[in-house]
Design a protein around this ligand. Structure first.
Ligand code: TRP
Length: 329
């Protein structure tokens, strides 16, 4: 099965990003039946407000993060989106297939347009057409994403179907793959999704030291759930569950959960243990991160080789598309 996914480079990865989709990338590449392609969605990232002086560092750091998590050359292809011109090229063709009304329905667009009122650029609106191109140019069959991307995936399938019906079948209709972890909420405001915009204390970055993790978890809000919403305690427990690896840890989780349900969970016990669990989980990542950051040429080489492989397929698909729509004379 061919699998593709991308993530925007926007500084540090946090555990919300990781548990939402990247954890699945690592898992999927372990299955030899899968052929995995993962990319840094830098063209998507420039639809948000950004500092051009920081961008290349963000892209590099993202590559470093992915490598330190164990993604990479032996098991999957890593590349940078903007190096493959064919993505944007196919995105243009999809612009003539997707409807304004479809893009207007996208909740990510509506949410972001409210946040960046001064910068509601056309790219932000057109984001899903490029995303569909990212996926379909490799004729991918499955896409591991966070649940906030499901609507874009649905639109990708609509675009594929419409193209196939109109011009002849070339695209599969890719399915989404979700992690089993529920949405991870902010540590300081458990009614909001974990995000960097919530401030340093609201998220745990993969690169946070064990001391910082302990500090952030210690001050994490444990109640404050609204009606029908999961509260901060539920959030801490689902983070705990997500990072359990051994049978003993699972049992430990279940006993905390039971206590929580009975209303007698002691956070003074849970919190330091949770911090330790997270810190241990990323110990190997932190070690590899240091190693790879000493070797920037290697990181760049991985991306260069990835681009070469991606280009070979992207070129072929774009040619096929042009042929189908009658542009080749
Ligand atoms: N929109 C995705 C996100 O914000 C990133 C992305 C861009 C992507 N292109 C993609 C994900 C193609 C999967 C496939 O997380």
């Amino acid at each position: 099965m061919r699998i593709i996914s991308g993530a925007k480079p926007s500084g540090k990865l946090h555990i919300g990003n990781y548990l939402g989709s990247i954890k699945n990338w690592v898992k999927l590449q372990e299955d030899p039946k899968n052929e995995c392609w993962f990319f840094i969605a830098d063209y998507h990232s420039i639809t948000e407000d950004y500092d051009p002086k920081q961008k290349s560092k963000e892209i590099f750091d993202m590559a470093l993060d992915l490598l330190a998590l164990g993604l990479g050359p032996k098991k999957s292809v890593l590349f940078q989106q903007s190096r493959i011109n064919e993505h944007a090229n196919l995105g243009w063709i999809f612009n003539t297939i997707v409807r304004m009304s479809e893009l207007e329905r996208m909740t990510q667009y509506k949410d972001k347009a409210l946040v960046q009122k001064q910068n509601v650029n056309v790219g932000l609106f057109d984001y899903p057409a490029l995303m569909a191109a990212d996926i379909l140019i490799y004729k991918a069959e499955a896409v591991p994403v966070g649940e906030d991307q499901l609507q874009h995936l649905e639109l990708t399938r609509d675009i594929a179907r419409r193209f196939n019906e109109k011009f002849g079948k070339i695209f599969p209709e890719p399915k989404s793959i979700l992690t089993e972890t529920p949405r991870i909420m902010s540590l300081t405001d458990p009614l909001k999704k974990m995000s960097k915009s919530g401030g340093e204390k609201s998220y745990i970055a993969l690169s946070d030291s064990p001391e910082i993790i302990r500090e952030k978890i210690k001050i994490a809000v444990s109640d404050a759930g609204g009606k029908d919403k999961r509260d901060g305690g539920d959030n801490l427990l689902s983070i705990f569950n997500a990072f359990t690896q051994t049978k003993e840890e699972k049992t430990e989780y279940l006993s905390y959960k039971k206590d929580h349900e009975a209303g007698k969970l002691r956070y003074a016990g849970l919190k330091p243990r949770l911090a330790e669990l997270i810190a241990d989980y990323f110990a190997d990542y932190r070690k590899k991160h240091i190693e790879f950051s000493k070797n920037p040429d290697y990181v760049k080489k991985v991306l260069a080789e990835g681009a070469e492989k991606a280009l070979a397929i992207a070129e072929k698909t774009l040619k096929e598309v042009k042929q189908k729509i009658g542009l080749i004379i």
